[in-house]
Design a binder for this molecule. Structure first.
Ligand code: NAP
Ligand code: MG
Length: 498
């Protein structure tokens, strides 16, 4: 299996090894003995066989996580030691950064240089950031005055306790980084985990599992069950031994997770789809705004939940910006992620290729004008040309629905209130962009936008400190920052009569 550019690289060696799942510190096969194929999306070739775990494996993983949560080295560990282990995982990720970037590039298709600076370094940073929270999770004291108990005295305070065993189900667009966003706050609070990576991209999660062992994470704290969503994923979401489920992926599956979790009212956080508006005013610095708008949609091949996929351009600069973004799209160099010249890789899978092509066909049928792109590139791998569609509006599938590919629709607007209303005409509310040099305009628009993140004169900026999540059908709860810590704790009020 000559799957990497660097035949003797650590990533190549990792790919050659048989793949197993991590349950209670052991690397195991699926109990049912099955495996599924993992593809290099640039070549359309099988690069690994991974255990097809199902409900039985999830049972074992949940039992291991429960033991680790209730009675283990981990449950007895001081907050300071817990923080040190989490920090060490961040260090070990950085020590293996090139290898992880290569694995991610081969498995997902993204350019290896981007995987290195975006996926891997941000993942390590998340561990380092959340390590510090382990020692900073505390409640409050309250001067209570209980009206119906005159003269009595009380000491009242809150404890912040870990939720318990958490099931985490992640997507394929940033496999390692999404694992880090999920795993880090859970570890910082002292929870234990059953992680289900996406079937398209399970490899970096498996390597992460090995690295957490190298860093000294005790057995059973992080369990990794590879398998399909309908079997392994559904079993995690419905399992009575799971106290919380955290999910990133499609809004459609997010709703299934909520239904499954409603059985026993387990805690749920969801980071779902988007159809994010990106608004360019005529007073913006177009030298920044045009490449910025292109990056907003084309970064990660448009496979970002927050992709700026609806571009609104003020009428008087419409032609100029449309042309500029289209020129930018036309120059993006497509190729295999491991090729250092590649700026955009393939879509992640044959299914995603078909899905995106289906959207492009529907746009054509509905008379939406293709300014550039609009088609598959080559006959090997899953490449789609960066695409700009002019004039799609409500009622067109390409305007209404999340495409999750390198496809942007553009529309002109006249003023702030018109574009504010248009920006919100979506079931989603994950992110939005504004490009302007007029502070008043920006501040008038920011509160109108029903979105969890608003970027002004920038886009796709993420930081471990900054909460991320959605309004409306883009999800429940927030990831990253201190808000993520609260999503993994329960509050216990304690009242002592003195
Ligand atoms: P998806 O089906 O929502 O998958 C996300 C995760 O959920 C995967 O681990 C998946 O496992 C799992 N899953 C699927 N069905 C499940 C179920 N019934 N119960 C529990 N877990 C389940 O997303 P996708 O199929 O990969 O992509 C479809 C669309 O989702 C994309 O085109 C895009 O619009 C959206 N999406 C959004 C994000 C985001 O970051 N918000 C990320 C990825 C995709 P399998 O991998 O085995 O299916
Ligand atoms: Mg799926």
């Amino acid at each position: 299996m000559a799957v990497t550019a660097e035949a003797e690289s650590p990533a190549a060696r990792f790919l050659e090894q048989p793949k197993r799942m991590l349950v209670d510190g052991d690397w195991v096969e699926a109990r049912n003995g099955s495996t599924f194929e993992v593809f290099d999306p640039a070549l359309g070739e099988v690069i690994a066989h991974v255990p097809g775990g199902d409900a039985e494996d999830v049972d074992l993983a949940v039992a291991a996580a429960r033991r680790a949560f209730e009675d283990s080295e981990w449950s007895r560990m001081t907050a300071s030691d817990r923080g040190r282990v989490i920090w060490r995982i961040g260090d070990v990720i950085l020590e293996h950064a090139d290898e992880l970037a290569e694995i991610e590039s081969i498995d997902n298709g993204k350019p290896v240089g981007i995987a290195r600076v975006a996926d891997v370094e941000l993942a390590a940073d998340m561990f380092h950031y959340m390590a510090g929270f382990a020692t900073k999770i505390y409640g409050q004291t309250f001067p209570i005055s209980v009206l119906y108990a005159p003269g009595a005295q009380f000491h009242a305070y809150t404890l912040k306790e870990p939720i318990g065993v958490v099931g985490q189900i992640i997507p394929w667009n940033f496999p390692l980084l999404m694992a880090a966003w999920k795993v880090c706050p859970a570890l910082a609070t002292g929870c234990t985990i059953v992680l289900k990576p996406a079937e398209q991209t399970p490899l970096s999660a498996i390597r992460l599992g090995e690295l957490t062992q190298e860093a000294g994470l005790p057995d059973g704290v992080l369990n990794i069950v590879t398998g399909l969503g309908e079997t392994a994923g559904a079993a995690v979401a419905a399992h009575p031994g799971v106290d919380k489920v955290a999910f990133t992926g499609s809004t459609e599956v997010g709703k299934l997770i909520v239904q499954a979790a409603s059985n026993d009212l387990k805690r749920v956080t969801l980071e779902l789809g988007g159809k994010s508006p990106n608004v360019v005013f005529a007073d913006a610095d177009l030298e920044t705004a045009i490449p910025g708008a292109a990056n907003a949609i084309f970064f990660n091949h448009g496979q970002c939940c927050c992709a700026g996929s609806r571009l609104y351009i003020e009428q008087k600069i419409y032609d100029e910006v449309l042309q500029g973004v289209s020129d930018h799209a036309g120059k993006i160099k497509l190729g295999r992620g491991l090729d250092p010249d590649t700026e955009m890789g393939p879509l992640v899978s044959a299914e995603q290729l078909d899905r995106v092509k289906g959207f492009l066909d529907s746009g054509e049928r509905e008379g939406v004008r293709t300014v550039t792109g609009g088609k598959q590139v080559g006959d090997r791998g899953y490449f789609v040309a960066p695409t700009v569609l002019d004039g799609a509006s409500p009622g067109n599938k390409v305007y209404d629905e999340e495409i999750f590919g390198p496809v942007v629709t553009t529309l002109p607007f006249k003023d702030v209130s018109e574009v504010g209303a248009a920006a919100n005409e979506t079931i989603y509310g994950l992110a939005a962009g504004i490009w302007t040099n007029d502070l008043t305009k920006a501040h008038r628009l920011i509160p109108q936008l029903r979105a969890g993140t608003v970027w002004v004169n920038t886009y796709n900026i993420f930081d471990a400190a900054l909460p991320f999540g959605g309004y409306k059908q883009s999800g429940w709860g927030r990831e990253m920052g201190e808000e993520a810590i609260h999503e993994y704790t329960e509050t216990k009020s304690v009242c002592i009569g003195l």
